[in-house]
Design a protein around this ligand. Structure first.
Ligand code: SF4
Length: 584
């Protein structure tokens, strides 16, 4: 049922040699929300013998790396569902005490920069066996990028990890193609043309050449310009150009991506025989990330929101691939057969809950489009925003025997949502609290974040209240906000406090901006420039400035009050003192 993780399990299957061994920074959970499980099932479906080594110990005699021997085709390495540095450190660079992707949520089961560490160990032991890297950590470090934890720019992960090939984005299709060609007798080293792969090569003539790593080390402007080129290319409907970047006497070459997956292709991935369970080696232990998603179903991939701080469109693509209704409903039925299932599906969603089956009206216009977002600065006229199929899907899933409620846990794009969709969700699919992400209240900051105007949130809040009232419900709206995003000042945070107070929110879901590799926000943070305009952008970077911004979220806490009043006096904003604390 599960793919083997030990020699004992290998022997029980009667296997003597493996074709592929996958190493992952996460625990092995055979659920389609976990990338390693998906890749393992894809390779298995190609007829390969595959094993998974989850969270190998990199500090002992390295037995986890040696125990299954050498695979016939290649090693696959991934840091896991998250970048290992984001997983291990807080926004203030403090080591986290927990890890949601590890049994019992324990920290310390993966190294910093897990992709590098695993690759280097494997290359030392098996220098002749190819290594393919993939997953979010590898994919978003494909070119020179800013690394927040070292506070400097790093070269492509291909140049210092010793990996032979990098699969960018969602890896199923490039891996299938690669495996089929290897099984047809082509040698690993000769395969350089598969879409969505990147590799290190001797310099060559290339369609798009970025400023070299060495130039970027000296010039923040070049780094910013590189990002714009990279993002525009990533967002094209049909990518045709290879992108190259020199580093020393070598060149990183990234092939263009495959077009977004068709419904049939996406269905075939989610219809694979996942057990939807953690591997039995974790018996009796709880994996927090699994507990959160075990009864959730992914209905689509991709996001056309293009939020500046988000990696989804760079990783999954801007265009939406949606599963068929039949495939989704089959998965919901499968969930109802779980003996522990109590009737509540925690999510039918994707990167944004309500982008299912949404696409351009005239695809020929999309094919020429370079916009990084279909929603910002305004909703594109060519976007078809009908939510009918999604509403029908929720209704059909709700009628399946054994289902008490289908909840929507993914974030809703309220600027895109239609009234009939909101009515459906608020009346039938909220489990008490609905999370949404306005992220800020200031229009200039929202613009840099590529988020909609705060007016949309104010309208949404009113509609949410109205629908609740009319339906006799008392559900709560939970808005998410970010402080210290590039372009945000302490004064704008004070205004955020006053605006959200006026709307009767006491904020809890808040975070400091964390610059993760290869997002627009990160490039603004590092370069101090907006890559699209090359205008200067201010960012609060020191711990003191970041804490100051954060403190405004908690204006209502008695311990914050004196300092906030002092700061507002310094800003000459007695109006905000009045707004937050009245005459008291
Ligand atoms: S034309 Fe409009 S809908 Fe199509 S990709 Fe561009 S912004 Fe999106």
């Amino acid at each position: 049922m599960f793919l083997p993780t030990t020699n004992k399990e290998l022997n029980a299957l009667g296997w003597t040699q493996l074709d592929v061994i996958l190493f992952s920074g996460d625990a092995y959970v055979d659920h389609p929300s976990f990338g390693t499980a998906v890749i393992a099932r894809i390779l298995e479906a190609e007829g390969l013998k595959v094993a998974v080594v989850p969270q190998p110990n990199w500090r002992d005699d390295l037995r986890d790396f040696k125990k299954l021997g050498k695979p016939r085709l290649f090693f696959g390495v991934s840091a896991g569902c998250m970048d290992s540095m984001v997983n291990r450190y807080t926004a203030n660079k403090r080591l986290r005490s927990d890890d949601a992707y590890t049994p019992e949520g324990r920290a310390g089961y993966r190294p910093d920069r897990a992709t590098h560490v695993y690759c280097q160990i494997l290359k030392d032991i098996y220098p002749d066996t190819p290594i393919i890297i993939g997953g979010i950590e590898a994919s978003l470090r494909r070119f020179t990028h800013y690394d927040y934890w070292d506070d400097c720019i790093h070269p492509s992960i291909l140049s210092d990890s010793k990996a032979d090939l990098l699969i960018t984005g969602m890896g199923e299709k490039p891996l299938q193609t690669l495996v089929r060609r290897l099984l047809n007798g082509e040698s690993f080293d000769s395969i350089k043309d598969i879409p969505q792969t990147a590799y290190l090569s001797d310099p060559q003539d290339i369609e798009i050449e970025l400023a070299s790593h060495e130039v970027c080390l000296k010039s923040k402007k070049s780094q910013a310009e590189n990002f714009k080129i990279f993002e525009e290319q990533s967002n094209l409907y049909c990518q045709t150009s290879r992108i190259g970047q020199r580093i020393g006497d070598k060149m990183v070459i990234a092939n263009p991506s495959y077009p977004h997956l068709t419904t049939e292709e996406l269905d075939s991935i989610y219809d694979l025989p996942y057990t939807r369970l953690p591997h039995p080696r974790y018996k009796g232990k709880t994996i927090p990330a699994y507990e959160m998603i075990k009864y959730s179903v992914t209905i689509h991939r991709g996001c056309f929101g293009g939020c500046s701080f988000c990696t989804i469109s760079a990783h999954q693509g801007k265009f939406i691939s949606s599963r068929s209704e039949q495939s989704i409903l089959k998965e919901v039925e499968k969930i109802t057969q779980d003996a522990n299932f109590k009737g509540y599906v925690s999510d039918l969603g994707g990167p944004s809950a309500n982008m299912y089956n949404i696409h351009g009206k005239d695809i020929t216009i999309c094919q020429k489009c370079k916009r990084p977002s279909c929603l910002h600065p305004h909703i594109c006229n060519n976007l078809q925003t009908n939510h009918e199929r999604l509403i029908n899907l929720y209704r059909k899933a709700s009628k399946i025997d054994g289902i008490k409620k289908i909840c929507i846990g993914s974030g809703i794009r309220y600027d895109l949502a239609t009234i009939d969709y909101l009515e459906e969700v608020v009346k039938h699919h909220v489990s008490g609290r609905l999370k949404v992400a306005p992220e800020h209240t200031n229009e200039a900051v929202l613009n840099l974040m590529r988020k909609p105007s705060f007016k949309f949130f104010e309208t949404f809040d009113k509609e949410f209240e109205r629908i609740n009232k009319e339906s006799g419900l008392r559900q709560q709206l939970i808005p998410y906000f970010i402080s210290s995003h590039p372009g945000c000042t302490a004064e704008q945070m004070a205004e955020l406090a006053s605006k959200t107070k006026r709307m009767h929110f006491q904020l809890e879901q808040v975070q400091d901006f964390t610059p993760t590799p290869m997002t627009l926000s990160t490039e603004m943070y590092y370069t101090g420039l907006n890559p699209y305009t090359l205008e200067k952008v201010y960012t609060a970077k020191t711990l003191a400035l970041k804490l100051e911004q954060r403190s405004f979220f908690f204006w209502y806490k008695p311990e914050e009050r004196a300092a906030i009043i002092r700061k507002l006096k310094q800003m000459n904003r007695n109006d905000l003192i009045q707004a937050l604390y009245g005459n008291k």
